[in-house]
Design a protein around this ligand. Structure first.
Ligand code: GP9
Ligand code: MN
Length: 402
């Protein structure tokens, strides 16, 4: 009830981080263009297959952007939809099931609604059936003005592979919609080609497959490379259309693509054994934020998808101080260096906790649980409070976004 909500509100407000004045509002009035990269994990960044870069464009783009190299996905069974939930709400998805299906009628105080209140036109673009993951209903609830889905794209056998429309064609057709939106706009574009089982036509294979015992891992690299190419072309189009300098561009990975079933092959690629410690580290996904006129740098604070909402709102000059959110601004001066994964694992500056085991990060050694204990309480509280809001639909008692 309302009392529970005020307890949680106090808890999250106590954790609020003041935005850094050097970043607050640097993107005021600019468009926000978010690209959600299907199944793209950080371990491919800066790496090569037979001497060829796996993500040549991202490697280049990172140099002129803010790149978060210790950024984790926090999704559960709801996969892409969970990452969308994290982005819009700065709350955890559920420990089982997909909140997009189970709690589609709840009250939410989304980033999208705040952008709408601030004069933004908002749209999600994804070339799949609109009801996949219940998106059509959840997007309405979240406040998106428009959803460009399968029926808004010209999809043919020619421009499809695996799960559907190829990313290059998806971006190529999406730019026509972006051009027509009245600024400032917020658009989220969700890629698809790098989806399990990572199928690709020969002519779209810009690099070799890997050579290991896992066909899945072998195929993963050319499909990641294909999406990298698609994003490169999209950024070129944004420049051509004059949208590039007026937009904050955010690129992030939605969740892992290679499961622990492929650890043996993954060991071959990484050249080191995959322990429980490494398994958690492999949950890192790229986060790249390009801000026009700013040089960028690599930031190594421990962070996760839950931090996107406050970070992006603050860049656009929109305060989130009174909101209930579990993440914090990644540009804050005293950033929190803490991330909780949906399975209860967590990572701090010095320690990593998973499967009831505490590791010291620099030595990767198992250490006494007492080192992780102080953070464990916060991790458990975070997940419990967030779940409580969802299961009790507690935000219906809040009028903070008014
Ligand atoms: C489907 C796409 C992929 O629309 O978002 O879904 P996933 O299986 O990654 O959650
Ligand atoms: Mn996905």
């Amino acid at each position: 009830n309302g009392d529970d909500l005020s307890t949680i509100k106090n808890y999250t407000h106590a954790r609020y981080k003041q935005p850094n004045p050097d970043f607050f509002g640097v993107g005021k009035g600019k468009n926000l263009i978010i690209i959600s990269m299907e199944s793209t994990q950080s371990f491919v960044i800066g790496k090569t297959i037979n001497g060829e870069e796996i993500t040549p464009f991202l490697n280049h783009f990172i140099k002129e952007s803010y790149y978060f190299d210790q950024f984790y996905h926090q999704t559960g069974q709801g996969k892409t939809s969970d990452s969308e939930f994290l982005l819009d709400n700065s709350m955890y998805p559920l420990g089982s099931g997909a909140v997009f299906f189970t709690h589609v009628n709840n009250s939410y105080q989304t980033m999208t609604k705040k952008l709408v209140e601030n004069g933004y036109h908002t749209a999600s673009l994804h070339a799949n059936n609109k009801s996949f993951w219940n998106r059509d209903l959840m997007y309405k609830n979240f406040g998106y003005h428009e959803f460009f889905s399968m029926s808004n794209y010209n999809i043919s056998g020619q421009n499809s592979v695996g799960w559907g429309m190829k990313d290059i064609d998806f971006f190529d057709q999406s730019i026509d919609y972006l051009k027509e939106l009245s600024p400032p706009f917020y658009t989220k574009l969700i890629t698809l080609t790098n989806h399990f089982p990572f199928e690709l036509n020969e002519e779209d294979r810009f690099i070799d497959e890997f050579n290991s015992g896992s066909e899945v891992l072998n195929r993963y690299f050319p499909t990641v490379r294909y999406t990298d190419e698609a994003i490169k072309l999209f950024i070129e189009d944004l420049k051509k259309e004059g949208l590039y300098d007026d937009s904050i561009i955010v690129i992030y990975g939605d969740h892992y693509g290679i499961s622990a079933n492929h650890n043996k092959a993954m060991e071959q690629f990484l050249g080191e054994p995959i322990t429980r410690f490494e398994e958690v580290q492999l949950q890192k996904v790229p986060l790249i934020i390009h801000i026009p006129g700013m040089k960028g740098e690599t930031i190594s604070n421990i962070s996760g998808q839950i931090d996107l909402r406050p970070t992006l709102l603050h860049l656009l000059g929109i305060t989130s101080k009174r909101d209930i959110q579990f993440g914090t601004d990644l540009f804050a001066k005293d950033s929190k260096d803490f991330v909780v994964l949906r399975d209860g694992s967590f990572v701090t500056e010095d320690y990593l906790f998973t499967k009831e085991t505490c590791f010291k990060k620099d030595t990767k050694e198992v250490v006494n649980m007492s080192h992780c204990e102080p953070y464990k309480e916060q991790a458990v509280n975070d997940l419990n409070y967030s779940d409580k809001i969802i299961y009790g639909d507690l935000l219906r008692f809040s009028n903070q976004d008014k």
